[in-house]
Design a protein around this ligand. Structure first.
Ligand code: AAL
Length: 374
């Protein structure tokens, strides 16, 4: 009996002695030793180097721009910033109305119900990304009745494709809790316009009973593998007027005017609110903010449809419109961005009750030297 016990103790000692300790320098590959659940998922689901050296991690800094806060004027949901012949361009939801938003029940033909009601698409330019000059008139006006979008056009996304410019935007005939909202597109030969409304809708809500069957929000174009991908947030009528579906889908086309074919895997992101997708290496990355269990993350997908969480971020920009010059070049070598515009929502009464555009700066570019962090 004594022999047996000492034999078992010897075997146990050998087993413990053979178990390698977790090394002081975190290995890139999963180490060949038993791992706790936390360390297993560090390798299976996360980047083992965590934030330092994780190219898709960043903090964000915010700065005021020279867009003035004005009573009854709202500027929100900027597109990506693009640079053409040395000039930066951005487009955004712009509303100039007789009063601030009065709520859906009290809205009239001239009183906006929400911040993005009675809006048009406005355009501003800058030589340095800080000082912006807004055009005197909207770049794209609401179309006349009975065309789709006659009540409000808003939340634009820009695409540069084969030397031409495309703006995709939400198009409402009525603003209400659950009103039909497809996406329309306008096109131009120059970022300075003039813009022409394409007569057909570019993206329409998905069939009855599915996740995006009443509204398509926040169209966000990216070029990947020679095709145009438009990401968007969908809303289902079944969930009622107070509900925002915190998921995002994607649709593909070879023609910027459509038709776009929705991914059979939609939704492809299970969280988020405003969309922010950009070319990253040979795939597509997404900054996911505001809503859902995977809010405040940056995700990446090799094919634009199957995303993996790459980092957790804090205080990300809301409705970001980054300056990412490689997102439309289709070279399969996305380099990310270091700044962009975003919006800051109402936070008080009077003029302070209107959304404003702000600038964010960050470090989500492959062109930033990271040697210091390794
Ligand atoms: C935005 C977007 C959609 C919403 C509203 C206007 O930031 O998510 O467009 O409907 O807010």
């Amino acid at each position: 009996m004594t022999k047996l016990i000492s034999g078992l103790v010897a075997i146990a000692c050998v087993a413990v002695a053979e178990q390698k300790p977790f090394p002081a320098v975190i290995p890139t590959e999963k180490p060949d030793r038993p791992l706790s659940a936390a360390m297993e998922r560090l390798y299976d689901e996360w980047n083992p180097h965590e934030d330092r050296g994780n190219e898709l991690y960043s903090n964000f800094k915010y700065s005021k721009l020279n867009f003035k806060r004005e009573a009854n004027v709202s500027r929100r949901d900027p597109t990506k910033v693009i640079k053409v012949d040395g000039v930066y361009h951005v487009w955004y939801t712009g509303r100039r109305s007789e009063c601030p938003p009065v709520g859906l029940k009290n809205a009239t033909d001239t009183k906006p119900g929400t911040d993005w009601d009675l809006a048009d698409i406005w355009h501003a330019t800058s030589s340095d990304g800080w000082n912006w000059v807004e055009d005197a008139e909207p770049a794209v006006h609401r179309p006349p009745k009975p065309e789709q979008g006659n009540r409000s056009i808003c939340t634009p996304g820009v695409l540069v494709w084969k030397g031409k410019y495309y703006l995709y935007f939400q198009a409402y005939n009525k603003i209400g809790g659950q009103e039909y909202c497809p996406v329309r597109v306008a096109y131009a030969d120059s970022p300075n316009g003039p813009w022409t409304h394409h007569p057909e809708n570019a993206l329409v809500p998905s069939p009855a009973g599915s996740w995006g069957n009443i509204k398509i929000n926040d169209p966000c174009p990216v070029v990947h593998n020679g095709r145009i991908l438009i990401y968007y947030k969908g809303a289902p009528i079944e969930r009622g007027s107070e509900y925002v579906l915190r998921m995002q889908g994607v649709a593909f086309s070879d023609n910027p005017l459509g038709p776009f074919e929705a991914s059979k895997l939609n939704p492809v992101i299970n969280s988020g609110h405003e969309t922010c997708m950009f070319a990253w290496k040979d795939g597509v990355a997404a900054l996911v903010a505001l809503d859902g269990p995977e809010k405040n993350t940056i995700q990446w997908s090799p094919d634009g449809e199957n995303f993996k969480v790459m980092s957790m971020i804090q205080i990300p920009p809301v409705a970001p419109g980054p300056f990412c010059p490689t997102t439309f070049d289709g070279k399969g070598d996305g380099r990310g961005f270091t700044w962009g515009l975003c919006h800051i929502n109402p936070d008080g009464g009077g003029a302070a009750n209107e959304s404003i555009l702000a600038r964010f700066d960050c470090d989500l570019s492959l062109d930033v030297d990271r040697e210091y962090f390794k």
